[in-house]
Design a protein around this ligand. Structure first.
Ligand SMILES: Nc1ncnc2c1ncn2[C@@H]1O[C@H](COP(=O)(O)OP(=O)(O)OP(=O)(O)O)[C@@H](O)[C@H]1O
Ligand SMILES: [Mg+2]
Length: 316
């Protein structure tokens, strides 16, 4: 098997006595999408900055290899292999989109001809032809994000780091960005993506890691992670307090939300399970005002793993 595109062992980083990364292991196979999830301040950007040589890890960290090169001994080779789209835009607003692209081509030491050709190709691919000659300050958020990513691709990176590439985008622009990210991977690139959107990780990532308290709290495919939490349940809501209490008695294993007059019955969401609940209600002549079936999703995983005050059994 090939060397992973990204491999880190015992990644550590502290600022003063604040420990941000407390021994993080990562392994991302070539040609896959890896998503690092975590709440605000979890250390996602810190991890991206370390892996892209922008800041150094603590000396106690183990070896880190990116794009086949050791980060400590060959940072230049790592830089040549990667592209980074940061959480905050690298676009210069005062110049045009095209000028931004040509600046990147210069930074990558492309010849004038090669630089123009690459810029034109990417401007076309990212649907920025009409806007290319306008100052970037006139671009919408989505256009700026596309330009940012186009600039990242000028050096034809094999390993691409995207730090929250779709934050602030409308659903349409987010979807367009997903299409582009999938194309990059189809072309053989490896993508390391951080995101606040669980749905995005679910949609795109081959593997997902949840960062919490400086460590990887869980890692796996979206479906593996979903299996970790027993988030499936039937939720019954009542308007009549008597009906609510009768139902709570009949469904002994349900957890109660007395304020909302709602019961949450653990369930796999299957037909048999659902019928058992309905039969019990019928047998007791109880009618619920609302019934919803909830199957576990990445939100459940995320909240279960990252929030100590949100125990799995709690009623929503
Ligand atoms: N240069 C710095 N000096 C001191 N503390 C820092 C520095 N950079 C980051 N931190 C702290 O490290 C922690 C992790 O920050 P980081 O930016 O990596 O989080 P994040 O997961 O990217 O969050 P977000 O989702 O908000 O982007 C935060 O508590 C932050 O305040
Ligand atoms: Mg961040």
């Amino acid at each position: 098997m090939n060397d992973p595109a990204i491999a880190a062992h015992g990644l550590r980083k502290s600022y003063g006595d604040k420990v941000v990364l407390d021994g993080v292991d990562l392994s991302v196979p070539e040609g896959t999408i890896f998503s690092l999830l975590g709440p605000n301040g979890a250390g996602k950007t810190t991890a991206v900055k370390i892996l892209t040589t922008l800041i150094s890890p603590d000396p106690a960290s183990g070896a880190i290899r990116v794009g086949g090169h050791d980060l400590a001994t060959a940072p230049q080779a790592v830089r040549a292999a990667i592209g980074v789209t940061g959480q905050f835009s690298a676009v210069d607003n005062l110049i045009t989109g095209e000028e931004n692209m040509l600046l990147m081509a210069d930074l990558h030491h492309l010849s004038k001809v090669e630089g123009r050709r690459t810029a034109a190709r990417l401007i076309e691919r990212f649907d920025l032809v009409d806007a290319a000659r306008r100052p970037a300050s006139t671009y919408s958020g989505g256009m700026k994000r596309r330009l940012d990513l186009a600039m990242t691709l000028v050096g034809n990176p094999r390993v691409i780091f995207l730090d929250e590439p779709t934050t602030g985008l409308d659903p349409r622009s987010r979807h367009d960005m997903w299409v582009i990210i999938r194309e990059l991977v189809a072309d053989g690139a490896t993508v390391f993506l951080t995101t606040q959107y669980l749905e995005e990780a679910d949609e795109l990532a081959d593997r997902i890691a949840v960062l919490h308290d400086g460590r990887i709290a869980a890692e796996g495919t979206a479906s593996e992670l979903k299996r970790l939490v027993p988030g499936g349940h039937v939720r019954l809501r009542f308007t009549d307090p008597d009906a609510y209490r009768a139902a709570a008695r009949a469904l002994g294993r349900a957890s109660r939300d007395d304020e909302a007059l709602a019961l949450r019955v653990p369930s796999d969401g299957g037909q048999r399970d659902l019928r058992a609940v309905l039969d019990l209600l019928d047998a007791n002549a109880i009618e619920a005002d609302e019934l919803t079936v909830h199957t576990p999703d990445l939100d459940d995983v995320f909240f279960a793993l990252t929030s100590p005050r949100r125990p799995l059994e709690s009623v929503r």
